[in-house]
Design a protein around this ligand. Structure first.
Ligand code: MET
Length: 404
């Protein structure tokens, strides 16, 4: 008996803290497999001597979109390594399921196609969104039609063919926040999609506030090291099944090596997000007190993204950084800065961009894990091409999202 007790792993605790899930979700079977790190399955195809069984499994997937029992037949249906990342992300977001894609844009594309395939081609959306999301909705590339509105106008904008309401909060790049619960209420039976890329499940779990679909560019905080591109949708199993069918049909699959890296990234997500957020809040405090800065944007829920408007030439700041990397993207261990009007939101028509608060003097910074004093020193020299102001000049009170 003693032997039996020691050999049987204890049943997983039903509700584990986020930090625990981040490290263990998607890995529950590893000890029983006799390994410590997750295996990487690079197979594109899976052998079977039973073609009748394969036909049945393909039929079942085509009919239901459920994960095949046993090997996936072909890598466009599923992959066990990527499946671990999907399991873990669903656990962190508090959803039944998650479906991973080659990028955040492939993930959003699949959501739009899934709804359009049900005859629901109309989308209601709140600006700002990430520039390419805005473009994908607005350009009609997928045969969808968008109505842009503010949160208060959502209920009125919904039509019988509305398949989706989409918001991003905090929004890229202004960090504007929407009240997810209020918006979800306004959506009625139409599913609300929240792009949770900036907040991550560490700071916000949209499903707990009534959202039905959560989108991530996994390239950002989930991966966390600037070396893997991916996207993921967390949702109920019914919608996940449709997304898997779209993914199979359109081919925007995540590579299993990326799936491995994303699972690995999740294990440090809470630590990374909290540490970078502490530095970001300190930089916000100093920037708000700095006479070279016209306005600082920082969301109430916190996070590691900050935006600020300069009185001077924003392009000089970009060309002046030495430690901070002047590059688009975000969520890496190292800090990045970019000029949204030139890069991340360039594709949005200028008038729409400005109306959404993305002005020409706005800079967006993704705060990484460097020492905050080094980041401040670099920002200061880039802002002034001069020496770092003394600490006393940074003692004015903290204020966020306010102009001066
Ligand atoms: C190609 S531009 C943008 C990449 C990324 N989504 C960002 O906002 O930085």
């Amino acid at each position: 008996m003693d032997n039996e007790v020691s050999m049987t792993p204890p049943a997983p605790t039903p509700s584990r803290a986020l930090a625990t899930e981040a490290v263990h979700a998607g890995r529950d079977d590893l000890a029983s497999l006799g390994v410590h790190a997750p295996p990487i399955d690079l197979s594109t195809t899976y052998p079977s001597y039973d073609s009748r069984d394969e036909a049945m499994r393909i039929d079942a997937f085509a009919t239901t979109g459920s994960l095949p029992d046993g090997p996936p037949v072909y890598a466009r249906l599923d992959n066990p390594t990527t499946g671990r990342f999907e399991t873990a992300l669903a656990r962190l977001e508090g959803t039944d399921s998650a479906v991973a894609f080659a990028s955040g844009m492939a993930a959003l594309t699949a959501v739009l196609l899934a709804r359009a395939s049900q005859g629901l081609r109309h989308v209601v959306a709140v600006r700002p969104l990430y520039g390419c999301s805005d473009h994908l909705l607005g350009a009609g590339l997928l045969g969808t039609e968008v109505t842009w509105t503010d949160p208060a106008g959502i209920a009125d904008a919904i039509r019988p063919d509305t398949g989706l309401v989409m918001v991003e909060t905090p929004a890229n790049p202004t960090l504007a926040e929407v009240d997810i619960r209020a918006v979800a209420h306004a959506c009625g039976t139409v599913p609300l999609l929240v792009d949770n890329t900036f907040a991550t499940p560490v700071l916000q779990r949209p499903v707990e506030h009534g959202a039905r679909i959560v989108l991530h560019s996994a390239t950002k905080y989930l991966g966390g090291h600037g070396d893997v591109m991916g996207g993921v949708v967390a949702c109920d199993e019914e919608f996940a099944a449709t997304l898997r069918q779209v993914r199979f049909a359109t081919g925007g699959v995540l590579h299993p090596l990326a799936g491995y890296l994303l699972l690995r990234g999740l294990s440090t997500l809470p630590v990374r997000v909290r540490a970078a957020s502490t530095s970001a809040a300190e930089l916000v405090r100093r920037l708000t007190a700095d006479p070279r800065i016209a306005r600082v944007h920082y969301p109430r829920i916190g996070g590691a993204m900050i935006s600020f408007e300069v009185y001077g030439d924003p392009h000089r700041v970009i060309s002046g950084v030495r430690l901070i990397t002047p590059a688009v993207s975000l969520g890496s261990v190292d800090s990045l800065i970019q000029h949204p009007a030139s890069i991340s939101h360039r594709i949005v028509e200028e008038g729409d961009r400005r109306a959404a608060g993305v002005g020409d003097r706005l800079l967006r910074m993704s705060v990484g894990l460097e020492d905050v004093e080094d980041l401040w020193a670099d920002l200061c020299q880039a802002l002034s091409d001069g020496p770092v102001p003394s600490a006393r000049t940074a003692e004015r009170p903290l204020h966020s999202t306010a102009g001066r």
